[in-house]
Design a protein around this ligand. Structure first.
Ligand SMILES: Nc1ncnc2c1ncn2[C@@H]1O[C@H](COP(=O)(O)OP(=O)(O)O)[C@@H](O)[C@H]1O
Ligand SMILES: [Mg+2]
Length: 178
């Protein structure tokens, strides 16, 4: 198991098609779980971007009554873990990098009329790979679309909902920089 949150349990798994492995996220069992997983998968299919964790497959193990999302495996933990390892403070350049990458992700997500509604360090995942000159390249991706909504389906105007989401992100940034 590599992660757990309010909406699911996440395991690292091997898959011949994806040599780097996959992350399998299982939601609740039963009809509620099926609905949640299918909804999250449908939203993730609409938001493909270099800074959004990619949905590889939605798997429905009908007979076992469990539902899972196969996600690209992010190999370097969450931003929460990164912060904890550094006493809650990161270098300014790193913070600027994370915020920039998340703004790119949110710009794309909002362009698809999706509002994430849960942008926070535990939903920002890190991936490290070796760059061409041997220097580590760290990429951050927005994950966990478990409570995301399509703006057109939500109460309130799309712009009002997106404003709430953006103000939330700003609050996080201010909190982290103090
Ligand atoms: N694609 C992934 N690769 C690696 N770890 C992941 C991945 N997706 C989720 N996790 C881990 O599982 C945790 C919970 O997943 P998340 O999608 O945020 O669900 P929840 O709704 O339960 O918070 C994350 O905080 C992270 O530690
Ligand atoms: Mg989460």
């Amino acid at each position: 198991m590599i992660g757990r949150g309010g909406g699911g349990v996440v395991f690292r798994a091997a898959d011949r098609r994806f040599p780097d492995g996959v992350a399998l996220k299982f939601t609740l069992t039963g009809a509620v779980g099926q609905h949640k997983a299918a909804r999250e998968a449908a939203i993730m299919q609409k938001v493909r971007h270099p800074h959004v964790c990619e949905l590889l497959e939605y798997r429905c193990f009908e007979s076992a009554g469990i539902f899972g999302l196969a996600l690209e495996l992010m190999n370097a933990g969450t931003l929460t873990e990164r912060l904890a390892q550094h006493g809650g403070k990161l270098a300014q350049a790193e913070v600027v990098g994370v915020v920039f990458e998340m703004l790119l992700a949110l710009k794309h997500v909002h362009g698809q009329e999706i509002v994430h509604r849960d942008v926070k360090p535990s939903n920002i995942l890190r991936h490290i790979r070796a760059g061409p000159d041997g220097v580590e390249v760290v990429v951050h991706k927005l994950a966990n679309f478990g409570i995301a909504v399509a703006a057109s389906n939500a109460a309130g105007s799309p712009s009002a909902i997106m404003m709430t989401s953006t103000v939330g992100l700003q609050a996080q940034v201010e909190h982290r920089s103090t």
